[in-house]
Design a protein around this ligand. Structure first.
Ligand SMILES: Cc1ncc(COP(=O)(O)O)c(C=O)c1O
Length: 421
């Protein structure tokens, strides 16, 4: 099964050129398989909303209806309700960012913010820089506007600043084609790695020196299982565009995200958003207001953290126990994902159908690049959704599939048919 496929064939539909380049996300394709109860899914990044207390969700939803029905059912302002922004201000303050309502734009999830930024800033051929690999939803959003995406590798300390500097030198200072750098500094998707404070400071310096905007995407920042909080890039510079969301700390079904950005960015993106959806859902904004003011949401967040930490530990222990010595993987201190690297000759996309036969899914690595070349020997495995027992069983099954592949390749190498890495 290919990890991502072109969705338009030769039907003669007169679609725009940009659409012919769009790819369906392998993760979305895998959702169908993931509904089979015999299959353990390590593919999607779905938060476990069953951990939410029913009473809290009921209370927030009921309040939206009982107390603010008229506003909840009506159109609202494009940038969102002031009361919701007040809640966001509190959430931002808790992670070290001071901001004001006029710098906050509410969006339909962080995903809409990614699309709006791309729509506002990218002309075909413009350069954007990102960690490689990166969140495939961001690549989907950006690719509609046909940018030239430059990937910069990460290690366990986040995006490598030496490689970024090399890339920037080749692009040149104040190059009008370089539009922005997109980063997920906390528990990166798919890498699981976190950018260290010195690298964050260096990134801010480089943005000043070379003249580019930073887009900081932070859906997982509050889901930290070890170590102390690291200040967001936005806390270091108010030129940074910060993207937040309630998807992983409350519920993705509400589709509520936000941008914290300079006024100049706000004005443009706000205008672009008018053409996209006029405004976000007032009903959902009100539910979010009540959830974060009238319920013990911090206790629920602790429950999320404890549960995901146990699942992360189960995955890391199982990887140690079952995976072959040729594999390496990241050790996330939070978030949802582990990134696994296998020998260069293994193609994880072609392993997916075998994995399904063994009753397990993962996301092949090449979907997290957009060049169809890199990441082929890698995979993202998510620990957010399954129980620790299922995670251990899934890793055991996956190890079997990988071992079969490696045996095959070892035989080819011995026979001299292919060269070792
Ligand atoms: C890095 C990253 N950014 C953005 C999103 C989208 O978040 P939302 O549900 O707020 O649209 C996700 C979802 O998984 C993500 O992992």
């Amino acid at each position: 099964m290919p990890s991502a496929h072109l969705i338009f064939d030769e039907t003669g539909d007169k679609v725009a050129k940009r659409v012919t380049k769009m790819r369906s996300s392998a993760v979305r394709d895998l959702f169908a398989a993931a509904t089979n109860p015999d299959i353990i899914s390590l593919s999607g990044g779905m938060p476990d909303v069953s951990l939410l207390p029913k009473s809290a969700v009921q209370k927030a939803t009921r309040a939206a209806w009982d107390e603010e029905r008229a506003a909840a059912l009506q159109y609202g302002s494009t940038d969102g309700r002031l009361n919701t922004k007040k809640v966001i201000i509190e959430l931002m303050q808790a992670i070290g960012v001071r901001t004001k309502p006029e710098n906050i734009l509410l969006t339909s999830g962080a995903q809409e913010a990614l699309d709006l930024i791309a729509k506002t800033y990218i002309d075909p051929g413009d350069i954007i820089i990102t960690e490689g690999p990166t969140y495939l939803g961001a690549l989907q959003a950006f690719s509609a506007y046909e940018p030239d995406v430059r990937f910069v590798e990460f290690d366990e300390e986040g995006m490598r600043m030496d490689l970024l500097e090399k890339e920037l030198k080749s692009i040149g200072k104040n190059n009008p084609k370089l539009k922005f750098l997109y980063t997920i500094p906390n528990f990166q998707n798919p890498g699981g790695v976190t950018m260290t404070p010195p690298r964050r400071r260096r990134l801010i310096e480089l943005a000043e020196e070379y003249g580019f905007m930073i887009v900081e995407d932070d859906p997982y920042g509050r889901l930290r299982y070890d170590g102390g909080h690291v200040l967001p890039l936005r806390a270091l510079s108010d030129k940074v565009v910060y993207l937040g969301t309630v998807s992983k700390v409350f519920a993705p079904g509400l589709r509520l995200g936000w941008m914290v950005c300079p006024r100049s960015v706000f004005a443009k993106v706000n205008l672009v958003k008018q053409g996209t959806d006029l405004c976000g859902s007032a009903f959902n904004q009100i539910v979010v207001e009540h959830y974060f003011t009238d319920t013990p949401w911090e206790k629920t967040l602790q429950k999320f953290v404890r549960t995901y930490a146990t699942r992360r530990d189960a995955m890391l222990d199982a990887l140690e126990k079952y995976f072959p010595k040729e594999a390496s993987w990241t050790h996330p201190a939070g978030g949802f994902f582990v990134w696994v690297t296998l020998p260069k000759y293994v193609d994880t996309s072609s392993m997916l159908s075998e994995a399904l036969e063994h009753g397990v899914t993962f996301t092949p690595g090449d979907g997290f690049y957009n060049d169809g070349m890199r990441g082929k020997n890698c995979m993202r495995i998510a620990f957010c959704y399954e129980t620790p027992q299922n995670i251990e069983e899934a890793i055991r099954r996956l190890a079997e599939v990988i071992e079969e592949r490696l045996e095959l390749y070892r035989a080819f190498i011995e026979a001299g048919a292919i060269k070792e890495n």
